[in-house]
Design a protein around this ligand. Structure first.
Ligand code: LLP
Length: 381
């Protein structure tokens, strides 16, 4: 973990809001996953953090990548990831994704059967099945429920797999992903039990891909044990697609106190909000907070961002040492689904990102104002 002095130094040098990553934490998480899942293939879910420097670090440690857009596919290739190490996923893939994915030898995660029409015979594919179960996470983060848009309904999975084979695809196995930030390993067991009968119905499979979704403090060895058992019962190699687990802990968002204010509640106003970190607003996510200042007295505050939206609140009713303008607050566990979900709403340039790896290196420059309107400089301007 980076020290207070290091974080304050980063904020002073690079300004706020600022994303700061610690390469040691990142490598430690990657290695933990590699150890717990030794014998399995790990594909990093690139949506969690697609910064080129982070992607390259994962690639250098042997990981593959799960991508869900033409942009992510290109970016992975640009970072030097070999196409064979890429899974192309998504419920509504474009023709360009099918084209480029096949060109580079990627494996497709089929989310519906008519995708076979867009792939040439011999294309590598795994078939996503929806295990149809309720899991212990926020409803926006559950993906394996019967009403969800993902995968092929359980009752049609065997038939779909056969049809994909008949279409001449190189069908390597099955895929499932039950959701994100799953706290209870038993959810995974339940999902595998739901699909277990397919082992008898679909013939030999090379691969069982069980997706990602590991909660940050999840029992990794427990999940690994359950997943390896499931793959074994299919006689298949295990594939996994963690996102959050690998990057979340390595990143913090640094934000500066702009002022305080009392209405019916006490507010600390910050220079970062929903545009820099959307998770609190979107999922009611509570990120651990680390105030980088001292004061003998504390009080309870709501932490609000600069947007003119009532929902732009990063935390409610949290105890903090009495703040003053200029103090720096670190919002933790921001390495996953943080920078990637930032936006330029309200014409706010996206923050810079820096990586600590013995010293601080800028891995994404702060967006410039010109960049905000560059694409609008068309005729008439
Ligand atoms: N595989 C598939 C097919 C996925 O859809 C996802 C995440 C993952 C793997 C990686 O899941 P993870 O290990 O990161 O939980 N924006 C949300 C998270 C959305 C996750 C979408 N799919 C958030 O900020 O929590």
């Amino acid at each position: 973990m980076l020290s207070r002095e290091q974080l304050l130094h980063a904020a002073e040098t690079h300004g706020t809001p600022l994303y700061v990553y610690d390469a040691r934490v990142l490598d430690e998480r990657i290695q933990r996953a590699i150890q717990a899942f030794s014998g399995a293939k790990i594909f990093f879910a690139m949506k969690a953090n697609s910064n080129l420097h982070i992607v390259r670090r994962m690639k250098d440690q042997g990981l593959g990548f799960e991508v869900v857009s033409y942009g992510e596919l290109h970016k992975a290739l640009h970072a030097g990831v070999p196409g064979e190490r890429i899974l192309v996923n998504g419920p509504a893939k474009t023709l360009e994704e099918y084209e480029l994915g096949q060109q580079v030898g990627a494996t497709f995660i089929l989310d519906r059967l008519d995708e076979c029409h867009f792939l040439k015979p011999g294309a590598k594919a795994i078939v996503r099945v929806n295990p149809e179960l309720h899991v212990s996470t926020h409803s926006h983060l559950a993906t394996g429920e019967a009403h969800s848009k993902f995968g092929i309904p359980l009752g049609h999975a065997a038939e779909a797999l056969q049809q994909a084979r008949d279409a001449g695809l190189n069908v390597r196995g099955l895929h499932l992903h039950i959701g994100s930030a799953i706290q209870n390993p038993e959810d995974f067991r339940e999902a595998f039990e739901k699909v277990a009968h397919l082992a008898d119905e679909v013939g030999h499979l090379e691969v069982l891909d069980v997706g990602g979704g590991w909660g940050l403090n999840a029992d990794l060895e427990g999940i690994a044990k359950i997943a390896f058992e499931a793959a074994k019962s299919f006689g298949a190699e295990l594939w996994v697609e963690p996102g959050r687990f690998l990057v979340s802990e390595s990143g913090v968002l640094l934000t500066r106190v702009v002022g305080t204010k009392e209405t019916a509640r006490k507010f600390v106003l910050l220079d970062a909000g929903m545009t820099e970190i959307l998770r609190p607003m979107l999922y009611g996510a509570m990120h651990p907070l680390r105030p980088l200042w001292d004061h003998p007295e504390t009080d309870r505050f709501d932490l609000a961002g600069p947007a003119c939206e009532s929902g732009d609140v990063l935390a409610r009713d949290v105890e903090l040492p009495l703040p003053e303008r200029g103090n720096i607050l670190a919002l933790e566990q921001a390495g996953a689904y943080g920078a990637v979900m930032s936006s330029t709403y309200l014409s706010r340039p996206r923050p810079a990102e820096v990586l600590w790896d013995g010293d601080f290196r800028v891995i994404r420059r702060r967006e410039s104002l010109e960049k905000l309107w560059e694409l609008e400089m068309t005729s008439g301007f």
